[in-house]
Design a protein around this ligand. Structure first.
Ligand code: ADP
Ligand code: NA
Length: 341
């Protein structure tokens, strides 16, 4: 039997941050050992919001280099750029025609992002990008999609689309067309890692750490210098309680910062609370900064090495695209045939 397949990706908008790392990429590193893994830089998603072409090109490469720096191993995983595999765009069209608009209007991220952008500026892609995401996942007959809590709704949509397509075009109908019959798409499962599912902003502790938030305090970027990291943590919002805790709903900042501490040190929640629970903010913040800086230091070092060897990065991405293309073409071919092309 083939190994179960995993696919995930991050948008190359701006710089990758601690939420992307602790909520996504860090888990990919352990998944690549057990699963048949595909990790992509989803550059087609990055143009759903206003973008600069030159920056997109650069941050796509930077993101791929960060995947490598974080420990994704091209010998164990296909690392590729979404736009290098044209099946993503083609399948999106086929799926779009079978996706009711009502399903898309319900997506929370669409509601949030379109509110931010202002109605005149909202591109059609902002509404339909969950269909592109469904195509990303379904093309690879993916079993598991590791994502943060924020993406759960989109994976559920991908499941609904897969089921609808299988029902409408799969099974005997497809067989009568000369196809193999049965299911066109595997229905994927969401995989939410137990810890680190949601890293919050340093500005308030209650909104998600995100590339799109305006305040620079909302996120720690993976490539921030030690000084920038220490400075952001110093300015992070706190409260007037003494000591630290993770279960008090009135203390989202404490919960978030202790969680970041825990994930960067590799301690359990109990062990982390034992180490820092008694501290006041003034004592905890430098300890947290040290932990984050130490955790990111080897990643930043490897990132600089990769960026000094562009030919190596090109080669990794070309091999990843070949592997992805092979898997994706198989599914796309089936879907085209079943739909009558
Ligand atoms: P962003 O929201 O920063 O634009 P993406 O939408 O590209 O990031 O998400 C890429 C991956 O990173 C997804 O798996 C998503 O769930 C995860 N992720 C993004 N932000 C966070 C966060 N604050 N905490 C945990 N995981 C996150
Ligand atoms: Na997101």
């Amino acid at each position: 039997a083939r190994r179960r397949r995993v696919l995930s990706g991050v948008q190359p908008t701006g710089s990758l941050h601690l939420g992307n790392y602790l909520g996504a990429i860090k888990n990919w590193v352990s998944l690549q050992e057990q699963y048949d893994t595909f990790f992509c830089v989803v550059d087609l998603h990055a143009i759903t919001m206003p973008h600069e072409p030159k920056e997109l090109y650069q941050s796509t490469r930077n993101s791929a280099a960060l995947y490598l720096a974080c420990g994704i191993d091209p010998a164990k995983a296909a690392i590729f750029v979404q736009s290098h595999v044209s099946a993503h765009a083609e399948l999106t069209w086929l799926l779009s025609c079978q996706t009711p608009i009502g399903w898309l209007r319900k997506m929370i991220q669409f509601k949030e992002k379109s509110r931010k952008t202002g109605n005149e500026e909202v591109g059609t892609g902002l509404l339909t990008y969950p269909v592109l995401m469904a195509a990303d996942v379904l093309l690879y007959q993916t079993d598991l999609v590791p994502v943060g809590e924020d993406q759960k709704q989109h994976i559920e949509l991908a499941r609904d689309i897969a089921e609808r397509m299988n029902y409408k075009f799969g099974g005997n109908k497809w067989k009568k067309l000369g196809g193999r019959g049965g299911r066109i798409f595997k229905v994927p499962e969401v995989f939410i890692p137990p810890a680190g599912a949601r890293v919050m902003s340093l500005a308030d502790g209650t909104s998600k750490m995100s590339k799109s938030a305006e305040s620079d305090l909302s996120r720690i970027n993976l490539l921030d210098s030690p000084d920038e990291i220490a400075n952001k943590i110093k300015r992070a919002k706190t409260d007037s309680f003494d000591g630290l805790e993770v279960d008090n709903p009135e203390r989202p900042e404490a919960r978030n910062l202790v969680q970041i501490y825990q994930l960067c040190t590799g301690l359990s929640t109990e062990a982390a609370l034992q180490a820092v629970g008694h501290m006041r903010w003034g004592e905890f913040k430098p300890a947290l900064a040290d932990a984050v800086i130490a955790h990111l230091e080897p990643i930043q070092r490897r990132y600089n090495e990769v960026m000094q060897d562009p030919a190596y990065l090109d080669q990794v991405l070309a091999e990843g695209a070949d592997k992805a293309n092979e898997a994706a073409s198989w599914t796309l071919g089936n879907c085209r045939q079943a739909m009558g092309f």
